[in-house]
Design a protein around this ligand. Sequence first.
Ligand code: SF4
Length: 209
Amino acid sequence: MNTQQEQDAIESLLVFSLKIGATKAKCLSPDDICVEDKLAVLCHDPRCPFWGQSMSCPPHIEGPDSFRKLLGSCSYTVVIRLEIQACSLHGEDRPLVMRLLHETVAEVEKKAIQLGFHQSAGFAGGSCKPSFCPEEKYCSALTPQGRCRHPEHARPSMSGYGINVGKLMEAAGWPSRIFSPVDGPDGLSWVTGLILLSQGGGESQVNDY
Ligand code: SF4
């Protein structure tokens, strides 16, 4: 694609993201994405209850250095944000909200591939285990058969790669804090995902579960 074709494809992708449920979507340069080793460490210190429980979380993903390499090989990124009721981030609604985020990111990734960014890869917040396989004892992608039960929708965790989400919001120009305690349970909060756009050749290999 030439530059104009790339810009047209990105514009279509942003419109598509909003159409399928993202509240906000923006194209950022890979240089705008901040990755910090110390943030990835927080997955196991203090240990997240889902650490090690799925293919999409540490120690089964490669971490910050691999993400920096991916950023170095992509041309653009798209950040999306879903704004939701703050109370839905707690209790039994949380896995459903995070599942919606994973599904939205995966759909944007798929559309990016259709639009010509053949090696695009999406990353979402939170572990896929409680959202997609809560009743299963094991993540099937970690078994000898090695296949994810939901390869079309589950995506790797942004936390495990050390992506600084606060700085991501800053780069997009979106306020990190939209929920005030005085808003009560009906106040708004958000979850976010990131899609790396690369033309490369063939299918996306990063999220080949
Ligand atoms: S099978 Fe797939 S969706 Fe389920 S926990 Fe493993 S990686 Fe996540």
